[in-house]
Design a protein around this ligand. Structure first.
Ligand code: FAD
Length: 394
């Protein structure tokens, strides 16, 4: 309810709050809720245990212990049944991970990755080279929610992001590109906080989960700029989806399950060709206004490097499930940036074209992955996590 008080045009976008709420509620959220259940979109292949490149002395080893998966044995393929090398902490004060409700389920379904190809996105730090270390995660079994990850480790990540890679811009800042980077990250942060509040451990002894409205209000809803940035991030990713519509329409969603893959394709088509959506929000974000002028290429390089560093920082997140969703959402945002700030996708919508390196179908998982999960009231299920990764659209 709290977001209803927000009205008018969202800064730096071409859409207003009411239209976003309406199209999300009537069109996007229902479609995304179905899309993320399809095999192609519910599995995320990720390298979860990369070393943090920034501070070797962080409590990563200890926190890695949090990542032991305690999901029931029958959910695992044979290859995952060997004993885990990690030891569970008994009472980890930082992280709830390791308890059954906090585990990451790695249900393996190799067939979902028939179309998997190596991806090179210069906007993100995404090492997908060593297949042996990649993990398959069923996102449906690992919803983004409260994990208990807090304190200096979490604070250090956010501090590094805001102080070094995307400083809050001063009032009157005229460089739109710098504003975009800050807003995207702040919107992602809002989305994470909303998801924590939407699915919170209300009572530890009985493991009762439910919404924590106070948390949502204090961390996001009472801050108009954080709410606005959440909507901004939503619209940014939505613009990427609409720009890549021709590609998404023709792409192959091959998980080995023909019926389910056709369902995924049909849902995507309903989304990208929706006339009501186009009428309500014809141009969610106008990327053509960016990178103009002589300094454009240098600025783009600078911001690309900053975003890559933020992406690399996700390996420093000391809680496995938070790292999973952090990576997914940042990769989703990176995919959106690649679509909006690279080659003109519409000029070559054929996903089978040999030279089409614009992006690959596997990236669609990241793009929509952010948007999975719950709908916290009228808020867009963003981010990108929500849009995504749909966030998360979150
Ligand atoms: P934090 O959310 O840590 O915020 C730190 C500071 O940043 C605030 O004091 C404020 O000054 C500023 N700030 C807050 N929100 C915004 C915003 N939207 N825009 C701009 N500035 C802002 N915890 C979980 O329980 N589940 C998860 O899935 C999870 N995922 C995470 C993923 C990542 C990548 C990171 C870094 C952390 C994650 N966490 C998760 C931890 C969570 O984000 C918080 O850090 C933690 O709950 C402690 O919250 P806090 O109240 O100290 O404020």
């Amino acid at each position: 309810q709290d977001t209803c008080k927000y009205s008018g045009i969202i800064e730096d976008c071409c859409c207003d709050y009411e239209s976003v709420n309406n199209v999300n509620r009537a069109i996007l959220h229902p479609l995304l809720q179905q899309l993320v259940t399809t095999p192609f979109f519910r599995y995320f292949k990720v390298k979860l245990w990369c070393d943090c490149p920034f501070w070797p002395d962080d409590g990563m080893c200890r926190l890695r212990d949090c990542s032991v998966c305690e999901c029931p044995e029958h959910e695992f393929p044979e290859s995952f049944k060997k004993p885990s090398p990690y030891i569970l902490p008994k009472d980890d004060p930082v992280c709830q991970e390791g308890k059954p409700e906090g585990t990451v389920d790695r249900t393996l379904d190799g067939k979902s990755f028939n179309g998997w190809v190596e991806i090179d996105n210069r906007w993100t730090h995404d090492d997908e080279t060593d297949d042996g270390e990649m993990t398959y995660v069923n996102l449906q079994l690992n919803p983004e929610r409260y994990t208990g990850y807090t304190g200096p480790s979490a604070r250090r990540i956010w501090d590094a992001i805001y102080s070094e890679y995307c400083p809050r811009y001063a009032y009157g800042e005229t460089c739109p590109e710098k504003k975009v980077l800050y807003k995207l990250i702040s919107g992602l942060h809002s989305s994470i906080s909303i998801h924590i509040g939407a699915d919170y451990l209300l009572d530890e002894s009985s493991y009762k989960w439910g919404p924590n409205h106070e948390l949502m209000y204090n961390r996001v809803l009472k801050h108009p700029d954080r709410v606005e940035n959440l909507y901004f991030t939503f619209l940014f990713v939505l613009r990427a989806v609409t720009k890549a519509a021709a590609y998404l329409d023709q792409a192959e969603y091959d998980s080995g399950n023909r019926e389910e893959d056709l369902r995924a394709q049909s849902l995507i088509r309903k989304m990208v060709h929706n006339s009501e959506l186009q009428a309500a929000c014809a141009l969610p974000f106008d990327e053509a206004e960016l990178w103009q002028g002589q300094g454009g290429p240098i600025l783009r390089q600078q911001i690309q490097n900053q975003f890559r560093n933020i992406s690399a920082l996700m390996d420093c997140v000391g809680c496995e499930k938070c790292r999973l969703w952090g990576k997914l959402q940042v990769l989703g945002l990176g995919t959106a940036m690649k679509i909006l700030f690279s080659v003109n996708v519409q000029s070559n919508p054929d996903p089978h074209h040999r030279n089409n390196d614009v992006y690959k179908t596997a990236e669609a998982v990241k793009l929509f992955g952010g948007h999975i999960t719950r709908e916290p009231g009228p808020l867009p299920n963003i981010n990108t996590k929500n849009l995504q990764h749909a966030w998360i659209l979150m």
